[in-house]
Design a protein around this ligand. Structure first.
Ligand SMILES: Nc1ncnc2c1ncn2[C@@H]1O[C@H](COP(=O)(O)OP(=O)(O)OP(=O)(O)O)[C@@H](O)[C@H]1O
Length: 333
């Protein structure tokens, strides 16, 4: 439904040439929800603007719903909705009037534009705001109005640039509920940009990581974590000597790719660590090594980004634990 092929975009700033997007290629299938993730200045918005015909690429091509953007920009615009980072609604117009006007701009007849305005207000849970003006709304309510404006002409593809930026966690959660509802109701294809790792992790079916104008990873959150960061087993022993012995035993297990000792704790990287941990604990038990705590650490998308770039992605949260450490009595049996 969306195809970005070798996209490149440069800007002139005085004598300097800025390479905002160097080489971006990816596909989004019909009905998929894909997140473009990357640090500030990575080229996410520029990519989105090229995909939505707002900006011509310096090189490369865009296909949306079977139409090539450079050849048939109008057909592409009819097929898509775009919600940029800045609010697009006029401050003093009532929300419903604004939606109707937008619908008319897309060629809907007055009656259809009014019906559609009411429909999108209802599906986004903001019918109660129809007669209000944007200036009187909260950040979360405004974002929903922006999305309603992007949906009025029933697009097949929706592009959202930082839909939840600046919203408090409750408004973010509310907005996401509505986005998921839209997908269920209309089967709409969504490509969005975000800084929020947890959001991309939980909500997107696939993640395309962009850094310095290039795609550096593309896959499901689980696949990226497994391939690029890996799970870790973590076992705390009675002292540093026991930890060294435990590390030696870990080294004999198949599939271990990295071992680190931190005081009395051993960290061992292995695929599917939750399945491997019981076997490791049995080995430790056979050698009478005392284990006081054991657990599995699943990597976060931030770990993936660090592994790929050696840098942290901004606004990243800590690695979240899918299995908490369990205290273990004396020697584990
Ligand atoms: N019109 C422009 N003129 C000059 N440079 C630009 C222009 N638009 C973007 N850039 C530069 O291109 C690079 C990529 O910008 P872009 O907005 O695409 O990044 P982004 O990943 O969306 O960042 P953010 O997460 O901060 O929105 C940045 O260095 C930016 O300063």
């Amino acid at each position: 439904m969306i195809r970005a092929e070798s996209l490149r975009r440069t800007f002139k700033a005085g004598r300097k040439t800025i390479e905002a997007v160097r080489d971006v290629s990816f596909d989004v299938a019909a009905g998929e929800l894909v997140a473009l993730l990357g640090p500030n200045g990575a080229g996410k918005s520029t990519t989105l603007r090229m995909l939505t015909t707002l900006l011509p690429p310096t090189a490369g091509s865009v296909h949306i719903a079977g139409f090539e953007a450079a050849r048939e920009p109008r057909r592409v615009r009819e097929a898509i909705g775009y919600v940029g980072q800045k609010n697009s609604s006029g401050e003093n117009h009532r929300i419903r009037d604004e939606l109707v006007t937008q619908g008319r701009c897309y060629g809907l007849r007055a009656r259809d534009a009014r019906r559609r305005a009411d429909e999108v207000l209802e599906s986004l849970g903001i019918s109660g705001l129809a007669a209000r003006t944007p200036g009187t709304l909260s950040g979360g309510q405004r974002r929903r109005v922006d999305i309603a404006l992007g949906l009025v002409h029933s697009p097949r593809v929706l592009f959202l640039d930082e839909p939840s930026a600046g919203l408090d966690p409750r408004s973010r959660a509310g907005l996401w509920e509505q986005i998921q509802l839209l997908r269920r109701e209309y089967g709409i294809t969504i490509l969005l940009t975000t800084h929020y790792l947890d959001e991309a992790d939980q909500m997107a079916e696939r993640i395309v990581i962009v850094d310095r104008g290039e795609v550096i990873a593309n896959g499901t959150a689980d696949a990226l974590k497994a391939d690029l960061a890996g799970d870790w087993m973590r076992v705390t022993t009675s002292d540093a000597g026991a930890a060294r012995a435990a590390a030696g035993l870990a080294g004999r297990m198949t599939g271990i790719s990295e071992i680190a000792i931190d005081g009395s704790t051993v960290h061992a990287r292995i695929a599917a660590a939750d399945a491997a941990l019981p076997g490791y604990l049995r080995l430790l038990d056979q050698d009478s090594i005392t284990v006081t705590r054991a657990g599995v650490r699943r990597p976060s998308l931030d770990d993936v980004f660090i592994n790929l770039t050696g840098r942290r992605l901004e606004e990243s949260g800590d690695a979240h634990e899918t299995t908490a450490d369990q205290p273990i009595g004396a020697t584990h049996a």
